[in-house]
Design a protein. Structure first.
Length: 586
């Protein structure tokens, strides 16, 4: 059996790359991606797709050694923590969606939590103004990390090979190092990293920046990974916890031993929706991903997209109007389910979507400011911050399918590129700035321009609302797609773009991943377009009353798999917006 793989043929040239976050969108290239006619990578037995070829290879080797999709996904994620420090992580959190070959699905949630000492207005000054950068940069932006607990839990519960074996490739990559490409070396020069001495020392050699071709070794991280392999619990309850808190409290982080000790992973029921012949299995709260995706698709079911040309003005218009409405509900209703009663069934009901769809005009944009939610379907949106309910119960995505047909969609995040930019010096890894995903102040947008409601206010031990949307799609009950992406608030529309292009748009999975994206999030009332949307289509959209924003270059990074319904062959769509990712299959 030979390995199939392919690196991106498309090279991005300038600035920070598409794997990083919307916050850096302006810095990205404006080049147009060639996407029509691009073909997916094919494999018969197993496939791993991620933003870094060394991580995809690590996952592929684990599959070849007899590991299942969870073993492989966990190995890939730990490898990304080494080779993709901009987003891969030990100091962040994430979601792992698993569907096993016998048809069961589960969602492993290891979202970061606000420290116990956090308060609703902690990022506001005495006058109630937002303190610049406070929730996005530095020690006070860090939320209690969940990645180590989540990956260890997934491996222990659903893996076959055990943590030691699946972490081994990451340890090797950290101790032997790997040669940096020009793009990776450039990423490590980020100026905010230099503001934190440990980050400056580790990633920038105290100002003697790494150059293309140089080998980047991370001995502290290798040692930390060895310790996690030996006892992951030590990260939350033992010596490692003590060292982490000592490192972080030096800089004023609120995270204590109690925060780490109380951290727990939760298995939740995925959101399940039906769209035409497809079953959508996706992320439940504390992600907004599944609810927003399914409610947008429910609205779109009322329109015959298959009769429209992919990326034509009507195609973009109808999908945008569905996004606008689903994001309006996101802003008002969604937050940590342990702190809010979320009307999930109502939000994803077909009747509600049908009522929403009636307000869409075929050739006219609906101004967001005038949008009225159909009456009689939802309870009143919360107007104050939720309190804990009684016990009811920069980001990167990878997709894996194994030879048995088990599938994993795994998205993990540091939030911004390099997260808070703070490195736990002795342990050698970066910490998230996930606190910015909360509502720092009502009516004020976060780093992704998302305006969010009281349901997502900061509270001790609460999880910030996420947009991460790891998604698995079935067609007539059989595994058909594994989808996901980074991209901040644009993740959900990225997954929707890819899914709709691959189905109604009849593109192959590679074309669907590469095709220019469009995004609308209710507020600001703008239709964001990636480069590559035909200028006549842009004119038609303007004529319909859409306010276009073309200034953000490329965003997101879809790493997806399709299964050929006739042959069962695995087809990978690796995002050509990034130059060092790959699909690796056998
Ligand atoms: O959980 C979320 O929605 C964000 N923290 C994701 C951030 C992200 O995708 C940034 N990378 N592009």
């Amino acid at each position: 059996m030979h390995t199939v793989r392919r690196f991106s043929s498309f090279l991005l040239i300038s600035g920070l790359l598409a794997s990083s976050c919307a916050a850096h969108a302006q810095e990205r290239d404006k080049a147009v991606l060639a996407w029509r006619g691009e073909q997916p990578v094919r494999a018969k037995h197993g496939m791993v797709v991620s933003v870094h070829h060394l991580a995809s290879d690590a996952g592929l080797n684990i599959l070849r050694e007899g590991g299942n999709a969870v073993d492989s996904a966990v190995a890939t994620a730990f490898a990304l923590a080494v080779v993709h420090p901009i987003a891969g992580n030990l100091g962040g959190g994430g979601f792992l969606l698993l569907r096993t070959h016998d048809g069961k699905s589960t969602f492993i949630e290891f979202r970061e939590k606000a420290p116990l000492a956090a308060t609703e207005t902690m990022y506001q000054d005495a006058k109630g103004n937002i303190i610049p950068d406070a929730s996005t940069l530095g020690y006070r932006s860090i939320a209690t990390p969940g990645s180590v607990a989540g990956l260890a839990y997934a491996e222990r519960t659903y893996g076959k090979l055990g943590l030691k074996r699946v972490i081994a490739p990451a340890i090797k990559l950290a101790s032997d190092g790997f040669a940096l490409t020009a793009e990776e070396a450039n990423e490590l020069t980020e100026s905010d990293l230099a503001r934190f001495p440990e980050s400056r020392s580790l990633f920038q050699r105290d100002g003697k920046f790494y150059r293309a071709g140089e080998v980047f070794k991370q001995p502290q991280l290798a040692r930390t990974l060895e310790r996690i392999a030996a006892d992951p619990d030590d990260f939350y309850h033992g010596k490692m916890a003590q060292e982490l808190v000592a490192d972080l409290s030096k800089g004023g982080s609120l995270i204590t031993r109690d925060d780490l000790a109380q951290y727990s992973v939760v298995e939740r029921k995925p959101i399940i929706g039906e769209y035409r012949d497809y079953t959508i299995i996706s992320a439940p709260p504390p992600s907004s991903g599944g609810i927003v995706l399914v409610s947008a698709l429910n609205i779109l079911e009322r329109f015959d997209l298959a009769q429209m040309k992919d990326r034509s003005a009507p195609w973009i218009h109808f999908i945008t109007e569905a996004f606008r409405r689903a994001y309006m509900d996101r802003a008002e209703y969604l937050g940590d389910p342990d702190f809010n009663r979320i009307p999930t069934a109502e939000l994803i009901s077909k009747d509600y979507a049908a009522a929403w769809s009636k307000s869409i005009e075929p050739d006219r944009a609906s101004p967001s400011a005038a949008l009225k939610r159909p009456a009689g379907f939802l309870p009143l949106a919360p107007s104050t911050a939720g309190t804990r309910q009684k016990e009811s119960p920069d980001t990167t995505h990878l997709s894996v399918v194994d030879a048995e047909g088990n599938a994993v969609a795994l998205t993990t995040t540091l939030n911004d590129s390099f997260g808070s930019h703070v490195t736990a010096g002795s342990l050698g890894f970066l910490l998230n700035d996930e606190m910015d995903d909360f509502t720092s102040k009502l009516g004020t947008p976060n780093m992704y321009g998302l305006i969010q409601g009281p349901a997502n206010a900061i509270a001790p031990g609460k999880r910030p609302l996420s947009a991460m949307t790891p998604t698995i799609v079935l067609e007539d009950g059989k595994l058909r797609y594994v989808l996901g992406s980074p991209g901040g608030g644009r993740i959900i529309t990225t997954v929707a773009n890819i899914f709709l292009s691959a189905t109604a748009g009849k593109l192959n999975i590679q074309e669907a991943v590469d095709a220019p994206r469009f995004h609308h999030q209710y507020l600001p009332d703008k239709l964001y377009l990636e480069p590559g949307v035909d200028s006549r289509v842009q004119d038609e959209l303007r004529d319909m009353g859409h306010t276009l924003d073309l200034g953000d270059g490329h965003w997101s990074n879809g790493e997806c798999i399709a299964i050929d319904p006739k042959t069962g062959e695995l087809l990978a769509g690796h995002d050509h917006r990034s130059s060092y990712g790959s699909a690796a299959g056998y």
